[in-house]
Design a protein around this ligand. Sequence first.
Ligand code: AMP
Length: 194
Amino acid sequence: MRLIFLGPPGAGKGTQAIRIVEKHRIPQLSTGDMLRAAVAAGSPVGVKAKAVMDSGGLVSDEIVIGIVADRIEEPDAKTGFILDGFPRTLAQAEALDVMLASKGLKLDKVLELKVDQSKLVDRIVRRAEEAKAAGLPVRKDDDPEVFKTRLQAYNRDTAVVAPYYEQRGQLTAIDGMQPIDAVTSAIEKALSGS
Ligand code: AMP
């Protein structure tokens, strides 16, 4: 099963992706996680991406497309995957089409978590507080001001991606404002209908 999760930052993509990973035994390919690992490792990609990520902007299509192309070649992604945080631009969506077509592969579903953006800053503040209380590292870009920039980037560059898939009949919208378990149920319902 090959899935994409769309939705603004803080919509719950990561939380729901973990549940899908457990149930369906497919890896979560989070470009945010991959980029954070590159930054932590101090690799050339990480060095280029760090400042952009810290400011809440988008890393270049070229870099992100490159890391996804490499990642989907890995053995654990052969039978399926869930893309979380990618594609974030039309250029990335088109590049993904080319990558999959060259392997004779198709997407099964694109799930869009719909949320009330005015509630997202509160959510992100809570996420940072919970991480801190659990002794986990707090993401630098979960700062409310940086988060606003991330939301702007979403509305400017990423909001066009959902209609791209909708036109092809591949998109399912999920109400992401429900409690976490209800969102998971709605996702499972959408997947069982595919
Ligand atoms: P995320 O964990 O998905 O919220 O991503 C954290 C940050 O990584 C984003 O704010 C961007 O700076 C960068 N990033 C992650 N995925 C992408 C992508 N597909 N395209 C461009 N930048 C990305």
